[in-house]
Write a protein that binds this ligand. Structure first.
Ligand code: IMP
Ligand code: MG
Length: 174
């Protein structure tokens, strides 16, 4: 496996601060909850949380997804649910990457049923070429090509989450 740097830690840091400022401006009042989708979004969400200079809560949700493969199973289930109710709150789902859109399509349906005041998505990365389900992503960090990426929270078989940069993971022959 070989790694090629796609987005530097500095680029990511700058973009996350911009998103934080945008979110802050878009939500002047009301209860704001960031819903961090474990585990991939954990690092992005921690940085985004600190870039939002207003009262903001964080909660965590875990879904069964990829396993160790690089393609979606097409099936999603909640493995760990939120700790608190979100009724009446502005809810921002924070995800690492939107690929097929299956995960977020499912999650928006689940969370919408709980009557939040508003529901939107923030994703660090968007791979629109691979979209199977239509999802509206309000805040996108970077739009990328159809390549498998790791780092800054994103993994391949639980590895590489600790890389400060986002890198393309290439299979190397031999
Ligand atoms: P979707 O349901 O196909 O949109 O898949 C979303 C999830 O798949 C993300 O939250 C990631 O966990 C995983 N995923 C999709 N593409 C990549 C990638 O390039 N690198 C690492 N994980 C990915
Ligand atoms: Mg994920």
């Amino acid at each position: 496996m070989a790694l090629r740097k796609l987005l530097s830690a500095q680029q990511i840091d700058r973009r996350v601060r911009e998103l934080g400022a945008e979110i802050e401006a878009d939500y002047p009042d009301g209860r704001l909850v960031l819903v961090c989708i474990l585990k991939g979004a954990s690092i992005f969400c921690a940085d985004l949380l600190r870039a939002i200079k207003r009262d903001v809560a964080i909660d965590f949700l875990s879904v069964a997804s990829y396993g160790d493969a690089k393609t979606s199973s097409g099936q999603v289930a909640v493995k760990k649910d939120l700790d608190k109710e979100i009724e009446g709150a502005h809810v921002l789902i924070v995800e690492d990457i939107v690929d097929s859109g299956i995960t977020l399509d499912y999650l928006t349906r689940v969370l919408a049923q709980r009557k939040p005041l508003s529901l939107a998505i923030a994703a660090l990365l968007d791979k629109p070429e691979r979209r199977v389900r239509e999802v509206e992503v309000k805040y996108v960090g970077f739009t990328i090509a159809d390549e498998f990426v790791v780092g800054y929270g994103l993994d391949h078989a639980e590895r590489y989450r600790n890389l400060p940069d986002v890198c393309v993971l290439k299979e190397t022959s031999a």
